[in-house]
Design a protein around this ligand. Structure first.
Ligand code: HEC
Ligand code: HEC
Length: 313
């Protein structure tokens, strides 16, 4: 028995030592880099593109990248992220040598879809990826980011690089990998194809599932519908005062939004008010830039999903 304990002790000691060495190596190595690629991606620009691009950027990117006081997309601290992830700094998109002007259109499309920056560095999970976004929407976004709109006034504000924690470094080495860049054009469904259009904007563009499923760590950005508790809510988050809040179940179960009419849903998503008049709290934003027809398409799509029995509060 004593001999067994001694051997077991030695084995355990060796395992602990290996883990410490492994953690140290990953801590020094950091987030991995990949081959930087520049696919051919041609972005033209006209007033319709810029208008649509502004709408997409205002509802997707501005939440994080907009300077609170400056109203310029110059980034800064991400103050609502837990310290378990390290120190997160949001990139200054307008910076002449490190922001959007330092990227070609192909490099930007590559970053937004795969997560690999023009330098080959991998953008950690706090920068979302859009592997299923249609070419047309991607062009609208890039065209707008290159426009002379006031939000894009060049700013030389220096934003330091993020300092990911060991946990994030380990996850980026073993769990999170760049998504493959699509080989063919990704086509946008037409709005007349209501359910397909609703699925596309809810999952691939505005990523409603990313907050409305079980947890950020079990979401699948590449195959959103494989995310755990898809649209059943419960992701722990914080409101504007830093108080804990959980995302809502927005499947059509009675513990979710079975009581919502289409008109109720439009009011909730665009104007942040529940059918009984109660306000919907941050971090849910008001998607006021969506057309009623688009929100109705999301409603039609959510109706097709399995109803999840999950009471949130
Ligand atoms: C949830 C917050 C969030 C959203 C939403 C977001 N970003 Fe980011 N973005 C970040 C953070 C944080 C970084 C810094 C990444 C890092 O730490 O390396 C970043 C980095 C970037 C970079 C710089 C990459 C580099 O070379 O350093 C670009 C360009 C960018 N984002 C564009 C966008 C665009 C375009 C959108 C909208 C389609 C968007 N982001 C949406 C948080 C966000
Ligand atoms: C950044 C995270 C986040 C994103 C993205 C998000 N939501 Fe929400 N949403 C929340 C949270 C948190 C709540 C619960 C707020 C509360 O309890 O007051 C909520 C509540 C709701 C409600 C109210 C449900 C109820 O119980 O009455 C609806 C409807 C809704 N969201 C729809 C959407 C749709 C549609 C999208 C995409 C266009 C979306 N949300 C994107 C975080 C998010």
């Amino acid at each position: 028995m004593r001999k067994f304990l001694k051997i077991a002790g030695l084995v355990l000691g060796a395992v602990v030592l290996l883990l410490i060495i492994g953690a140290t190596v990953i801590n020094i190595k950091g987030v991995p880099t990949y081959e930087a690629k520049e696919p051919v991606f041609i972005v033209d620009s006209d007033s319709m593109r810029l208008e649509r691009g502004q709408k997409l950027v205002s509802m997707i990117c501005a939440d994080c990248h907009m300077g609170k006081d400056s109203r310029i997309l110059e980034g800064g601290n991400m103050d609502d992220a837990g310290s378990a992830f390290g120190k997160i700094y949001i990139a200054n998109l307008t910076h002449p040598t490190t922001g959007v002007p330092s990227y070609t259109d192909g490099q930007l499309a590559y970053l937004l879809r795969t997560g690999v920056k023009r330098t080959g560095e991998y953008a950690p999970p706090w920068m979302p990826k859009f592997p299923g976004m249609a070419d047309e929407d991607m062009r609208d976004i890039i065209a707008f980011l290159r426009s002379d709109h006031p939000w894009l006034t060049p700013s030389d504000k220096h934003v330091p690089p993020s300092e990911p924690s060991l946990l994030v470094k380990v996850l980026c080495n073993f769990v999170f990998k760049p998504y493959p860049y699509p080989e063919a054009e990704i086509k946008k469904p037409v709005i007349a194809d209501k359910i397909a259009y609703g699925a596309y904007i809810a999952n691939d563009v505005y990523q409603c599932y990313s907050c409305h499923s079980a947890d950020f760590t079990t979401n699948d950005e590449f195959n959103p519908e494989k995310s755990e508790g898809f649209y059943g809510g419960g992701t722990p988050m914080a409101d504007l005062d830093g108080n804990p809040i959980k995302s809502a179940n927005i499947t059509f179960h009675e513990t979710g939004i079975a009581h919502y009419s289409e008109a109720d849903f439009i009011k909730a998503v665009k104007w942040g008010s529940r059918p009984n008049g109660e306000p919907i709290s941050a971090p849910m934003s008001k998607f006021s830039g969506l057309d009623d027809e688009e929100v109705a398409a999301i409603y039609a799509y959510l109706k097709t999903l399995p109803k999840i029995d999950h009471k949130i509060k």
